[in-house]
Design a protein around this ligand. Structure first.
Ligand SMILES: NC(=O)c1ccc[n+]([C@@H]2O[C@H](COP(=O)([O-])OP(=O)(O)OC[C@H]3O[C@@H](n4cnc5c(N)ncnc54)[C@H](OP(=O)(O)O)[C@@H]3O)[C@@H](O)[C@H]2O)c1
Length: 585
């Protein structure tokens, strides 16, 4: 069986969506007469190949195979037929096939035909070998590996974003090998813009792994190594907020697009599983890496640590916010070992298995949008920031001094849950763009644990007509207005801002998130500054790094001073976030 496992491993990374399988045939005297392994989908299965090579010599002998022989017609005929035809006396398998089309039925068939079947020999090793296949079959998504290279002081890029190369040549060579064991290599739009990576196995895998970019907005560089499809295939996955221009030029370049119901790691992996990927490698920056971890899309970590110091409080670290509020809740990793790669150290770690998925709310049949929002992870996105905002808003309400307007891009369920937990008597109005999303958000609110009692929570669909605005105003005053910045992108900005002003009580606090329109950076900056001048406070975060540099805390402070708001503090929050807060006037 050890030999069969070693044979199976020779095809690592090449058999998807199929598992890795190796087989060895002994004749009736116990002599090794043939062996084989499954090379790639569509080609013969290991046991069929080994038995064909053994011919008559298999009769009365023993077949060792690392996975239960299949008993269904796929791209090749059932292997149980080949086993029965070859007529060994004994079949020894390492593990049953978790594929529901097989799941023990192959072994039953062999036993029913009178063969001696031994199951479970070297099972842990076989499970380890096929962890990716088993994960896809059981979880409906590929196994995820996440790799990053960091300096000795834990930085993954310089404060200016440069990160090539932190690790040395031997480590980079090892990463090429790692890619060759994966069906897809995934980065986010941020890494594409910063690094222009090539992401190939440098010929170690044929075909090269699929290079995948996940982007919400498709604000991607027109020139990039990934667009050269003669080197390797590239796929750009995006959500519904994708920019029309971005769609058009990708089409013109002939780059395959994968529209997702929502731009989330989980939705991407579900789509990649449907394309037959068993294992993916996340080679993204901190934003997407954190999102992938939060959604249970990472099973193993490969941390390359280089003997370098990068320094800088604003320099990037490997992970964005994981939404943790309690150290005891931090995931404890299993140590898989430390090795050297030239001057660098490689630390391999495994994450605990993903928790059972929460039952989804019942969806309106066929409603894609509802499905999209059910798949989205509302509960943890930007958790710490939203929490702080909830505290701030609630403090203001507590004094009876102010009201809050919140504009969030991550769905109203998030902020409403947090507000309601902290301030159970608050009255919050949610503005949103799609009826289906409202239904889901409402559903989630009802299922929240602890139950969200006491929150008066109304949601309406945007844009509002003047009558609706007037009647909503009459129902107020609202303690909070929660909106989705996608609205700002989809609708005329003037309408968006006017509606907020109409509904917002005096002393409003605005939170702008992920502002992408207008496309021109100067215009974007002017827009924010205009609102910084007319609103008491603007809290802005997750804006493009280049804009962050141009829009300094000092500039915001100057705007606030001009608006007569002297009591507010402006603080950078990492290198991409800016916080403005303090006692509301
Ligand atoms: N040292 C290393 O190992 C290493 C590896 C990779 C990157 N880096 C560094 O990391 C920096 C880039 O960081 P980054 O965080 O911007 O890169 P990233 O995580 O690769 O990309 C973030 C982008 O992913 C897209 N995205 C789509 N859905 C998302 C979701 N649900 N959650 C989060 N993001 C989503 C968005 O793209 P759009 O903005 O296009 O919509 C988002 O801006 C660069 O300095 C790079 O050099 C270092």
């Amino acid at each position: 069986m050890d030999r069969a496992l070693r044979l199976a491993a020779l095809a690592d990374g090449g058999t998807s969506p199929n598992p890795l399988v190796g087989a060895v045939v002994l004749d009736a005297r116990g002599q090794l007469v043939a062996e084989g392994f499954h090379r790639r989908a569509g080609e013969p299965h290991a046991e069929a190949l080994a038995l064909a090579r053994a011919g008559d010599r298999a009769r009365g002998g023993t077949l060792f195979v690392t996975l239960e022989p299949c008993c269904h017609h796929g791209r090749t005929p059932p292997c149980t037929d080949a086993v029965l035809a070859a007529a060994p006396a004994r079949v020894v398998v390492a593990m049953a096939d978790p594929d529901p089309r097989v799941a023990g039925r192959g072994l039953e068939r062999l036993r029913a035909a009178g063969l001696t079947v031994v199951e479970g020999v070297r099972r842990p090793e076989a499970l380890r070998l096929n962890s990716a296949f088993v994960h896809r079959v059981q979880q409906g998504r590929p196994e995820g590996w996440l790799k990053w290279a960091a300096s000795a002081d834990g930085r993954t890029a310089l404060p200016n974003g440069a990160s090539q190369w932190i690790s040395g040549a031997p480590a980079r060579d090892w990463v090429h090998g790692l890619r060759s064991r994966c069906d897809a290599v995934i980065i986010g739009g941020g890494t594409l813009r910063a690094d222009d990576p090539l992401l190939t196995s440098r010929g170690r895998r044929d075909p090269e792994p699929l290079r995948v970019v996940l982007s919400r907005h498709l604000d991607l560089p027109r020139q990039a190594q990934l667009w050269d499809l003669s080197v390797a295939p590239t796929l750009v996955a995006h959500g519904r907020e994708a920019d029309g221009d971005g769609l058009a030029w990708l089409e013109a370049l002939g780059i395959e697009r994968l529209p997702l119901p929502v731009a989330s790691p989980l939705a991407l992996l579900q789509a990649l599983a449907a394309r037959g990927c068993n294992r993916v490698l996340w080679e993204c920056g901190p934003a997407l890496a954190a999102a992938a971890l939060r959604q249970g899309c990472v099973q193993q970590l490969a941390v390359v640590q280089a003997p370098l110091l990068l320094g800088g409080a604003a320099a990037r670290t490997a992970l964005g916010d994981l939404g943790l509020e309690d150290l005891a809740a931090a995931p404890r990793l299993q140590d898989l070992g430390l090795t050297s790669l030239g001057h660098d150290r490689l630390w391999r770690l495994a994450l605990p298995s993903p928790p059972p998925r929460r039952p989804e709310p019942e969806l309106m049949e066929g409603d894609e949008q509802a499905a999209a929002y059910a798949a989205a992870d509302f509960s943890v996105e930007d958790g710490a920031l939203v929490d702080r905002f909830a505290v701030l808003a609630g403090e203001a309400w507590g004094d009876g001094q102010g009201r809050a307007v919140l504009d969030l891009g991550c769905g109203p369920g998030n902020i409403c849950e947090r507000l309601a937990r902290r301030w159970p008597a608050a009255r919050v109005l949610g503005l949103d763009g799609a009826a289906a999303m409202l239904a889901i958000a409402e559903e989630r609110r009802c299922r929240a644990d602890p139950p969200l009692v006491g929150l008066a929570y109304r949601q309406v669909t945007f844009p509002l007509d003047p009558m609706a605005t007037a009647s909503l105003k009459a129902e107020g005053p609202w303690d909070g207005v929660v909106s989705n910045s996608v609205l700002h992108h989809l609708h005329e900005p003037a309408v968006f801002w006017q509606t907020l002003r109409d509904l917002a009580p005096p002393g409003a606090l605005l939170l702008l998130r992920d502002l992408r329109r207008p496309a021109d950076e100067d215009q974007r900056r002017a827009l924010v500054q205009r609102h910084a001048a007319s609103a008491p406070a603007v809290l802005r975060h997750d804006f493009a790094a280049s804009l962050a540099a141009a829009f300094t805390p000092a500039e915001v402070e100057a705007q606030l001073l001009r608006a007569g708001l002297t009591g507010l503090q402006v603080r950078p929050l990492g290198d991409r976030h800016l916080e403005v807060w303090g006692p509301l006037p």
